[in-house]
Ligand binder design. Structure first.
Ligand code: ADP
Ligand code: MG
Length: 438
C-alpha cells in the first residue's frame, strides 16, 4: 500500500488529534516543494508528526527501505517508533538502537522495513555489517540534531550520509536555533521553518531559596504539596545526586522512578513506563531524560540542581507546558548559590503548600514476561486481565507492549488480588511470568 491511499485525517484520528497545528501545516507544505528543510521549533510543539507526515507523503510503492530517521537516544527512537505505530499506517517500521540484541534487529531486516528509525551509532553498525540494503533510501531526518552533535555523533552521521547514495530529501530538526549545519550533510539551500520564537504552552517559573544543606527538606516540601495525580520530574546534574535523592524518598516511603545513564536499557524503559502510566508520580532524572522524552502530562519540573548550561535548562522546562498545557518549573537554590547568568531576573518565590501529604499513586505496574515477539498484543492482555470477575475496564490503565515483555498499569486496590489469581497463568496458551514490576 502506498501513502496516497492513506488518509491524513485518519492518521490524526488514530492519534486522537483534532487538527494539525500551524507549524505542522507549514512543514508539510514546505516538504512538498523543497527537498531540504531546516525545522526549528520549541520542544513540545509537535515536530515529530510534522516530519513524519512530510516523509510519508513522499513514500512510493515498491520494496526496500525508503526513509531513515536518526535520533540521539534509544528512548527517543522508541518514542518515534511508537508514534508511527499509533498512526496505524500499513508500512513496516524497524527501530535500531543499542542496549538490546543486534541479532534481533538483524532478523527484523529479513523483510526490510519502509521506514527505519535508529541511533546514529547503531545504524552505522548495521551499514558496516551490511545487514540490509540501504541503496533505496531517499529520505533522511535528523531529529534533535543539535543533541546528536553534542553527543559526538559527528563521525557516525557523516559515515551514514556518505553511504546513502540516493538521498534526495533531508530534514534537520532542532529545538535550538543557533546551529551550524556541517558541510558533510550537503544540505543544499534548505528551506527554514522557524517557529522557535513561539511558545508551546505557558510555563510559570518559581524558585525556593533554602539555607545551605537544606535542599533535601526544600524538595520534600514541594513534593509534599503535590495534589492527587499531579506528577513531577526532579532534575539533577549527575547520578550521585539522583542516588542521594532516591535514598531520601525511600526513607519517606515514597514511590518514584529513576532515570539516568547508569541504568540498563530494560530498567530505563520500566522506570519511564511506570512514570508514564502513573504508578510513580516522581521521576528523578539526569539531563539525558530532558531531551525528546514525551510525557503527555507533566505538572512540575523541579531543578534540584541548577544546570550550568542554559540549553539544559530550556530542555528540562520543555518537558512541561507542552502544546497547550500550562506547567510549573521550580528552582531549588541555597542562600549561597547565585542565580545562573542566563536567568536575567529573579523568579517568583514558590509558595509551599500547607497540608503536606504523601500521595500514594493510584496505579501499580504489572510486568508481563512476554511481548510482541511472542505475538502478544494489547488486546490479548486486556482480555487476559478482564477474564477475572472482579476486574473491570477502569481497573486497567496504560499498557505498553515491548519486544519481549509488557507493562500493564493496574488499579492499586485490585493489584494484590489480581496478582494472586494471575500468577503462573497462561496467556494465549503460553505460560507467562506475571509479577509486580520492580
Ligand atoms: P517535539 O518533538 O516538538 O518536542 P512532540 O512531537 O514530541 O514535540 O509532540 C509533543 C506533544 O504534542 C505530544 O504529546 C504529541 O502527542 C502532541 N501533539 C503533536 N501534534 C499535535 C496536534 N496536532 N494536536 C494535538 N496534540 C499534538
Ligand atoms: Mg522531538
Amino acid at each position: 500500500m502506498t501513502f496516497s491511499e492513506i488518509n491524513q485525517a485518519e492518521i490524526l484520528n488514530n492519534l486522537g488529534f483534532e487538527a494539525l497545528n500551524k507549524m505542522q501545516e507549514e512543514t508539510i507544505a514546505a516538504s512538498k516543494k523543497n527537498d531540504n528543510l531546516l525545522l526549528l521549533a520549541p520542544t513540545g510543539s509537535g515536530k515529530t508528526l510534522a516530519y513524519l507526515l512530510s516523509i510519508l507523503h513522499k513514500i512510493k510503492p515498491g520494496s526496500g527501505v525508503q526513509a531513515l530517521i536518526l535520533a540521539p537516544t534509544r528512548e527517543l527512537v522508541l518514542q518515534i517508533e511508537s508514534v508511527l505505530k499509533l498512526m496505524k499506517i500499513p508500512l513496516k517500521v524497524n527501530a535500531c538502537y543499542g542496549g538490546h540484541p543486534f541479532s534481533t534487529e538483524r532478523k527484523n531486516f529479513l523483510s526490510p522495513p519502509v521506514i527505519l528509525v535508529g541511533t546514529p551509532g547503531r545504524i552505522q553498525d548495521h551499514l558496516q555489517k551490511e545487514t540490509f540494503d540501504p541503496s533505496s533510501i531517499s529520505q533522511i531526518v535528523f531529529d534533535e540534531f543539535d543533541k546528536s552533535l553534542e553527543f559526538g555523533f559527528t563521525s557516525q552521521m557523516e559515515f551514514i550520509v556518505n553511504r546513502l547514495k540516493k538521498l534526495k530529501s533531508k530534514i534537520l530538526v532542532s529545538a535550538t536555533q543557533n546551529i551550524d549545519i556541517p558541510k558533510y550533510l550537503m544540505l543544499h539551500d534548505p528551506q527554514t521553518i522557524n517557529f522557535s520564537k513561539e511558545k508551546a504552552g505557558t510555563l510559570n517559573l518559581y524558585q525556593i531559596v533554602v539555607p545551605k544543606d537544606e535542599k533535601p527538606e526544600g524538595l520534600m516540601f514541594i513534593l509534599g504539596g503535590m495534589q492527587l495525580n499531579e506528577n513531577a520530574i526532579v532534575f539533577v546534574n549527575h547520578r550521585e545526586a539522583a542516588q542521594r535523592i532516591s535514598e531520601q524518598l525511600d526513607f519517606h516511603r515514597m514511590e518514584y522512578s529513576m532515570f539516568h545513564g547508569g541504568l540498563k536499557q530494560e530498567q530505563r524503559e520500566l522506570e519511564l513506563a511506570k512514570f508514564r502510566n502513573g504508578s510513580t508520580l516522581i521521576l528523578i532524572a539526569t539531563d539525558i531524560a530532558a531531551r525528546g522524552i514525551d510525557i503527555p502530562k507533566l505538572d512540575y519540573v523541579i531543578h534540584y540542581q541548577i544546570p550550568p548550561q542554559e540549553n539544559s535548562f530550556q530542555h528540562r522546562n520543555g518537558r512541561t507546558a507542552r502544546m497547550k498545557e500550562t506547567g510549573t518549573s521550580i528552582l531549588i537554590r541555597t542562600n549561597i548559590d547565585s542565580l545562573p547568568s542566563y536567568l536575567p531576573y529573579e523568579p517568583k518565590s514558590y509558595e509551599i503548600k500547607k497540608n503536606q501529604q504523601i500521595i500514594i499513586p493510584e496505579w501499580v505496574t504489572f510486568y508481563i514476561g512476554k511481548g510482541k515477539k511472542d505475538k502478544i498484543n494489547k488486546m490479548d492482555l486486556v482480555g487476559f486481565f478482564l477474564q477475572f470477575a472482579f476486574m473491570s475496564k477502569d481497573d486497567l490503565g496504560l499498557i505498553e507492549v515491548k519486544d519481549y515483555s509488557a507493562f500493564v498499569a493496574v488499579k492499586r486496590e485490585k493489584s494484590m488480588e489480581l496478582l494472586k489469581v494471575s500468577r503462573n497463568q497462561k496467556i494465549k496458551n503460553k505460560l507467562t511470568k506475571i509479577s509486580l514490576a520492580k
